[in-house]
Design a protein around this ligand. Sequence first.
Ligand code: FES
Length: 497
Amino acid sequence: MELLEIAPLQNLLSHFRFMITVRSQEDCYHSLILFRLSSGLDTQQLESKTSEKSHDLQQVQSIHSDTRQIYVMEASCPHLGADMSHAEIEECDTGIVAVCPWHRYDFDLKTGKSETGLRACTYQVEVKVDPRDGVNKVYMGTPEEGKNWRLVELRPVSEEFADPPPPISTAKTPFLLPVVENEPVVPLVEAPKTLMQWAVLILNTPNPTLKVERTRHAVNLFRTGELSSIGHKSPNVPKPPDVPSREDSFRRNTVDPKKVKNRKNHAVMLHALANIEQWAIDLAWDIIARFGPTNPQLPPAFFSDFAKMALDESKHFSLLTARLAAISPSTPYGSMPVHASLWESATVTSHSLRSRLAIIHLVHEARGLDINPATIERFRKSGDLETVKVMEIIHADEVTHVTSGHRWFTWVCSQEGNVDPVSTFREEVRIGWRGEVKGPFNAEDREKAGLSPHFYEDLRGEMDFIPNINGSSDKHIGNLTEDMASVTIEYDGVTLK
Ligand code: FES
């Protein structure tokens, strides 16, 4: 059995649960959850133990037993596909089990067995010293079907599982726009009962603060099992709006991207980035609401991935608006001109999941990977290290978003008779993009996300027309989508996402 390095043991002491994504050389993906059970030692004691370099077998075994057990299992429940990241862990006579949040079937963490007869896929875990550097590392056995598995994502499930747990904060998130009065997070009338209904409600929520709050609430309900229906096969599934709602003041401030492009200062940049994140929240819900009903064969893991993406984008929006408030209190979010270019691409690709994944996630989001490092350096050079931290978080998350785009794009290709993902992607770009797919490319992060240069080098789109997102008429797109290629704002000569 092949063993895959997950991380130095010390890196896994910050939280009790981690999401893991692995990919084989054949582009097969698995999403996994790593559970680290409580050790009885505090984090400092564990850190000092695990940082000791040792080749001594007994010491290594003692470290392993101090961290008690580490388990890795598939992130989707084998019953109906619930996300197991928020499963309860219980000790029973036969061992330790993870209890699925949807229908409470329990699965032995070691064997995957359940009394129901279903079996979850679990993976062997080993803690051993890496002879190259003497560091204690955690390894897992790899899935059987592919070769040369690599780790493409490892991150804590959420701060709920931090070790030690975070202090309870009573401080309110520093949002800048008030939640609409009398409009609660959960509507008093016709509260959503499925993920589809939540997605459409959030798309129809114009206030960004309420959009963020509803996103957090819906994803939490979905993960903890309080919401256990996706609802994409229901005959009464609600339809997403053509364009997500925006507040009147926001609409009045929406301008041609050309007018935003040449403005240069940190507040303008943060405002522009927050605007893109607000659209990105909607894009994540839109792919769920628009393509779930038309693709009933999509597995629950697809919905878990894009719900996680919506949550990430809402975190990015909150982080950016908080930085904007800190550096420029007189220009809160919503006070500067914004643009709606991203939704032009959403409209162009609204007919096809394959096209949506290609253009939004593998062109637009992948472009973010190219641009973010230069943006981060600009903020670093100016001494704004708080914004550097925020941008680094955003960048790391976005690598995983492009990975999700690649995962589901290759999945769609396999469903359509194993069509070749590279040539199919290039054809989607030819018909759904205008102009060159611009570099320079961040080949390293693109490759992490599954995009080899065959996907994007020497690539041009030939699209001429897109529908007007206001729905009035078709229009010739000219400069607008050329701006989409570089995703709008420039700062000191560096084009930013
Ligand atoms: S028990 Fe997990 S989805 Fe039903």
